[in-house]
Design a protein around this ligand. Sequence first.
Ligand code: COA
Length: 342
Amino acid sequence: MHTAETASPGGRHEKPAAVLAGLGTCLPTTEFDNASLPTQLDTNDEWIRTRTGIAARRRAAPSVSMRDLACEAGANALRSAGLDTVGGLVLATTTPDRPCPAAAPEVAERLGLGQVPAFDISSVCSGFVYATTVAASLITSGIVDSVLVVAAELYSRIVDPLDRSTAVIFGDGAGAVVLRRGTAAEQGALLAFDLGSDGSGHRLIHVPGEREQPEGPRWFTMAGRKVYLRAVERMTASALRVMKDCAWAPETIGALVPHQANSRIIEAVAERLGVPPQSAVCELARVGNTAAASIPLALADALTTNQLKPGARTVLTAFGGGLSWGSAALVWPQLKAVRSEF
Ligand code: COA
């Protein structure tokens, strides 16, 4: 656990911090609503809506790569921040277009960032929070002055289209933020972080390797109910840690932005934390679960609907494969999200 604020009175606000300065997203143009899912799935709109809150999801055309979505979202975040370049790039994805090398250097090159440090992070649905935490550390340690954090996922490439336990849930998309060096006193400053993992649950969210499964297609699998319970427990505990670090009482939280896996999970976490129910951001209805991309996509939607306002005490919390989880706290800054479709 780490907090960017210091205990010393008077010193806390001058303390260097990473400040959120731009937000961009990119979604594939094609939407599949619940009615357009294959009949072989033996599912129905009512089950999906009531059990998950999902009504539709986006799927990228075969010609679109994860890197394409990452570049679009990244360029949009730079536009939102009013910047042409940054000092580094961290890319969160668990659906890389290829096993090797990492995609981040190529995305940095395509965005014209030059020969900056660039690397991928593979933390499944916690990827955005992990990437943001690492990027903030690069800034506060003085290694770089600004970082583009991109989360891009094409789960349609790894989910079995005929597995109803995953095919109805996951969608494709990308989101990105720009972090720059500033102080803890500024709106947008990332004030506290929490990260954790539990490898004993690695099989609960899983894509088998060649040795584990030498034959047949190696699809993504998720033990839904077991993951559900752990997601609620871990996100609640992690979010509480950053709220405690900031000395923020639950009723003062303006926006709780959890990983967008399931509306029931989001409601349960908000209830357990005791934050006002209207503060819980739930924006998965039209995009489904977009893994690492879900938090920046939800932030952009919440800005559009005015649920997220400058000055709001904002808590991001995520849970995903690994198992892994994490949270971050910031006071929401004045900015406009830049969005596009590809
Ligand atoms: N349509 C219709 N029925 C379905 C279905 C679907 N798409 N998927 C599962 N079912 C059935 C199951 O077969 C089961 O039937 P049974 O009772 O006859 O055995 C029943 O619905 C209940 O299944 P269960 O898995 O217990 O449902 P659930 O309420 O837990 O919902 C998830 C399933 C996946 C939506 C939910 O568990 C979930 O959101 N899990 C966590 C996801 C998450 O947090 N991920 C984080 C990282 S990505």
